[in-house]
Ligand binder design. Structure first.
Ligand SMILES: [Zn+2]
Length: 225
């Protein structure tokens, strides 16, 4: 009986080692798989650490969206950015911030521009925000919300147009996006969308003129450096 027990112990011991080895090998495979998944954006967490509070547009206020409303990415390395998409919130600034922080909302834009011209950034341009309702357009674009309602032209203020135009000009400069209506578009123009924003009162002619002017100013000051 004694000998049998010893044998059992020895077997258990060897099995333990084997299990340990298999688990270690599995651990390495799981790590590699996690790394791949992170590269492909399927796991939470950025590939490179984000600095809390860092913004892509100087002067923007930072408040983070819920990670349920965007996908970590490494743009423009993994996805080329070639569109700016213009939205109107259909609600107040506060309600937009609230829903962008709500993980169940499943949508958020990179920026919100208020009626007084203040700009809030909630998602880094590195990351893919869920704002266009179209995967490939999300991956290739930066989304800008504007506080207001599509049927209230008075919501679209001078200060808002001016601030938004500077923001869009900066995005176009950063990624080499042409300042034209093929590359600066409304949510309504995204293929497959049922959204109508920014609506009939959004003055595209005026906006694009402001963006071109802001882009010229940005290019000019860059040339002077
Ligand atoms: Zn929209």
């Amino acid at each position: 009986m004694g000998a049998t027990k010893k044998d059992t112990d020895r077997h258990l011991g060897r099995r333990g080692l084997l299990i340990g080895g298999a688990a270690a090998a599995l651990g390495t495979a799981a790590l590699a798989r996690d790394e791949l998944a992170r590269l492909w954006g399927r796991l939470p967490g950025p590939r490179t650490p984000r600095v809390e509070g860092a913004v892509d547009f100087r002067g923007a206020l930072w408040t983070a969206a819920s990670s349920g409303n965007f996908r970590w990415a490494q743009r423009p390395d993994d996805y080329r950015i070639d569109r700016v998409i213009i939205h109107v919130t259909q609600g107040s600034y506060q309600s937009a911030v609230r829903v962008f922080k709500d993980p169940s909302h499943q949508a958020a834009a990179h920026y919100i521009v208020r009626k007084d011209g203040r700009i809030t950034q909630m998602i880094r341009e590195l990351d893919v925000a869920f704002h266009a309702g179209n995967r490939s357009y999300n991956e290739r674009s930066v989304g800008i919300e504007h506080e207001g309602f599509v049927d209230r032209p008075q919501d679209l203020t001078d200060a808002m147009y001016a601030a938004s135009a500077r923001l869009t000009a900066g995005i176009c400069a950063r990624y080499g996006i042409p300042v034209d209506r093929r590359h600066v578009i409304g949510h309504v123009e995204v293929p497959g969308t049922d959204h109508t924003d920014p609506g009939p009162h959004w003055d595209w002619k005026r906006y694009m003129k402001l963006v071109r002017e802001a882009k010229r100013d940005a290019d000019h000051s860059k040339a002077e450096l």
